[in-house]
Design a binder for this molecule. Structure first.
Ligand code: AMP
Ligand code: ZN
Length: 137
């Protein structure tokens, strides 16, 4: 993809703080980190979103995420980390080449999870049914 920043980054057309590379994936530090050590993992091949990734690539992708996350955890000496995957503009995706955020968390860092709400009667059953139906299509 000619105008994709992560495609350019994958072939070293633009610089990055790369921490991992193999034939199919790279990991590099986020240019605007949520916390020190915030790392992104991407496939070198361009896929816009989770829906468009072949299952075998999705499987390998998560294996690399696990490997890199363990290294980030060890190197930063943190207490934990969040994985983040923004899928679609409405969900905060700004770069349309799939990427997993690995965000180190430190005790007292003040970062807040997304807000939750109480369920409205009946809504769980209805959406659970729709998802189950979609899974059998
Ligand atoms: P998202 O909102 O999930 O699409 O996140 C895109 C992420 O890519 C943001 O956290 C950006 O800070 C990060 N980013 C954008 N351009 C670069 C770059 N050239 N090098 C490293 N990280 C980048
Ligand atoms: Zn791309």
């Amino acid at each position: 993809m000619d105008n994709c920043i992560f495609c350019k980054l994958a072939i070293n057309k633009i610089p990055s703080a790369k921490v991992y590379e193999d034939e199919e994936f790279i990991a590099f530090l986020d240019i605007k980190p949520v916390s020190l050590g915030h790392t992104l993992v991407i496939p070198k091949q361009h896929y816009e979103n989770l829906e468009s990734v072949p299952p075998e690539v999705a499987g390998k992708f998560f294996q690399i995420v696990q490997k890199v996350a363990k290294a980030v955890f060890q190197a930063t000496g943190v207490n934990g980390f969040n994985l983040g995957f923004n899928n679609g503009a409405v969900a905060g995706q700004a770069v349309f080449h799939i990427h997993m955020h690995i965000m180190p968390r430190r005790t007292g860092d003040g970062l807040k999870p997304w807000p939750q709400r109480e369920l409205v009667a009946g809504e769980t059953e209805s959406i659970a049914l729709k998802i189950k139906q979609a899974l059998t299509l």
